[in-house]
Design a protein around this ligand. Structure first.
Ligand SMILES: [Zn+2]
Length: 204
């Protein structure tokens, strides 16, 4: 160590710190606290009847990095989102990360177009193209209590996303009700609620 000047030593410590002391691969302290407080259990759903939640639900989410996918927090967040969307008292067919208070671009969607209707996770999803055919269908939202609405959505979409393990780019053409769920959930990542697009809204 005798060749290390104090400046070099500081630089070395700083470099080591980037790799070992950085706040868990890009998560903010608030995100880590929230995710780690609900390990493998339901998280509180952000709702429009709460002012702070309303502002959060209107905020654009940030993309996830490959490093974040490799962190323990990511696995915990996925597990907790699946628990949350399956809450018997407020269950849904999809959920976006902002709905559990995390402003990151990921959604969990129930694949009605697959056998057994599994819930799957999609990182940084983007709708690359919309089919011309549109259909009007009923929608509700875990974050919008007491309402249902009719929304016109594309029947077919071309989806692109990052694999949750390898971070590789994936793409798929998705049709029918599952395509509607993706359009609803990906809207959440841009701060858009189905009520913005609804042609009619009714109490439920
Ligand atoms: Zn929703």
């Amino acid at each position: 160590m005798k060749h290390l000047t104090p400046t070099l030593l500081l630089a070395l410590i700083a470099t080591l710190c980037i790799h070992s002391c950085a706040p868990a691969e890009g998560w903010t302290t608030e995100e880590r606290t929230l995710i780690n407080s609900a390990v493998y259990s339901r998280m509180r759903v952000t709702k429009t009847d709460n002012t702070a939640d309303s502002l959060l639900l209107r905020t654009k989410s940030k993309p996830l990095s490959h490093g974040q996918l490799q962190s323990a927090e990511f696995g915990r967040l996925v597990a907790s989102m699946i628990e949350t969307v399956n809450d018997e008292e407020n269950s849904g067919v999809g959920i976006a990360a902002p709905q559990v208070g995390v402003l990151r671009r990921m959604v969990v969607v129930q694949r009605f177009d697959k056998q057994g209707h599994p819930f799957e996770v999609f990182v940084n999803p983007v709708i690359k193209a919309y089919g011309e055919e549109k259909r009007l269908g009923g929608e509700g939202c875990l974050s919008v209590p007491g309402l249902r609405g009719e929304v016109e959505r594309a029947s077919v979409i071309d989806l692109e996303w990052r694999d949750a393990v390898t971070f590789e780019l994936r793409s798929e053409r998705i049709e029918g009700f599952t395509a509607v769920i993706f359009q609803h959930e990906i809207d959440h990542l841009d701060g858009i609620l189905y009520t913005d697009r609804a042609t009619t809204l009714t109490p439920r």
